[in-house]
Ligand binder design. Structure first.
Ligand code: ZN
Ligand code: ZN
Length: 357
């Protein structure tokens, strides 16, 4: 993975945040900047970047990291990084406010010396991560394609009376067999009235003879996440249900049609919401339209009402409007979408026509 240019870009940008260095402790950020895939380590990103880890990860770090000096700390890696910052004469040291607990911050503050000040900063690395480079886009495509290949076997598992858990386990077995490292979040299989729960994680409930089933899942491959939702119908679809499905699909397509560089995330959200207003369904659309996806399942930008962030080529986002009628049914359709120079490309190749099981 070519991580060196990412780290150098971050270091160039530190000045505009009025920081001499940034103490990177959030592991997905560490991975993004160094390629380190282990689970413990701290990156001190400054003029001369250094990575601190403990004895368990020394060899792996030297193997994976280029662009930062690897140091094996005896005690806490974060405190070793702090001492190093003092030695280097960094005065304004950024910490990742969203990812440092109060007690960790206190522990750091106790060790402060050499005129180093901790500056709470937020989203510095995350905003770089919002725009994917070619290597990341290639990995995301592979994750999306792997998950999509599991959709047919998933459909074959569906029948009235089978538990949502059994369906999820079949899907997850297929995904692992196809090479997935893990699922990117807890698989959602929500049948019948449970489909009205926007976050209906698979349960012991059994699929009904008739009704919608919302299936939302993703895999991790090469460190990158995928995320997709399809809603299918058990048994013949009554006209009213078909109309509801059509309304959600129309909203999803309208939002996708709005995705292009320069358009704000809020405008994409509004496109989905406005379309659902026309069918008087907007009040049942109770979450935001989408989110960025990458090393983590939820990243910037958030595709939500009022979000000013302008879309840029290389962003990878989901478009996933849904409606949830309490006690009755829910429908969600989700694709992953790459923002391109002059519009967007839908990455998820799975058909969105309503399937009857
Ligand atoms: Zn999803
Ligand atoms: Zn999603």
């Amino acid at each position: 993975m070519q991580t060196k240019p990412r780290l150098q870009k971050l270091i160039r940008e530190l000045k505009s945040h009025r920081l001499d260095a940034l103490l990177v402790t959030h592991m997905p950020n560490v991975r993004y900047l160094t390629g380190f895939t282990g689970s413990a380590g701290v990156l001190l990103a400054g003029e001369r970047p250094a990575f601190f880890t403990d004895g368990r990860y020394g060899e792996q770090a030297r193997d994976e990291i280029n662009g930062a000096r690897v140091m094996v700390a005896k005690g806490s890696a974060a405190l070793a990084a702090l001492r190093h910052a003092a030695e280097k004469g960094y005065k304004r040291l950024g910490i990742e406010a969203e990812h440092v607990t109060v007690s960790q911050q206190k522990a750091l503050a106790r060790e402060l010396g050499g005129g180093v000040r901790l500056i709470a900063s937020s989203g510095v690395v995350e905003s770089l991560r919002a725009v994917k480079d070619d290597d990341e886009i290639a990995r995301i495509r592979e994750a999306v394609n792997l998950a999509s290949r599991c959709f047919r076997p998933l459909l074959r598992a569906l029948r009235p009376g089978i538990s949502e858990n059994a369906v999820a386990s079949r899907l997850e077995f297929e995904a692992r067999k196809a090479g997935a490292q893990a699922m990117s979040f807890e698989t959602i299989i929500a049948g019948g009235a449970r489909s009205a729960l926007p976050h209906g994680v698979a349960s012991a409930a059994r699929l009904p003879e008739r009704g919608f089933v919302v299936m939302d899942y993703g895999v991790i491959l090469g460190g990158y996440c995928s995320d997709m939702t399809r809603t299918v119908h058990m048994g013949a679809v009554p006209p009213q249900s078909r109309a509801l499905y059509g309304a959600v699909l129309e909203a999803q397509l309208a939002a996708i049609a709005r995705v292009r560089p320069g358009v704000s995330a809020g405008e994409v959200d509004a496109a989905a919401r406005k379309t659902l207003q026309r069918s008087r369904m907007a009040k049942y659309f109770t979450h935001s339209t989408g989110h960025g996806v990458g090393l983590e399942i939820h990243e910037n930008p958030r595709i939500a009402a009022g979000q000013q962030t302008a879309l840029e080529p290389g962003m990878v986002i989901t478009i996933e409007p849904g409606i949830y009628i309490p006690g009755r049914c829910g429908i969600r359709i989700e694709d992953m979408v790459l923002v391109t120079e002059n519009g967007c490309e839908v990455l998820t190749p799975v058909s969105k026509e309503l399937i009857e099981i």
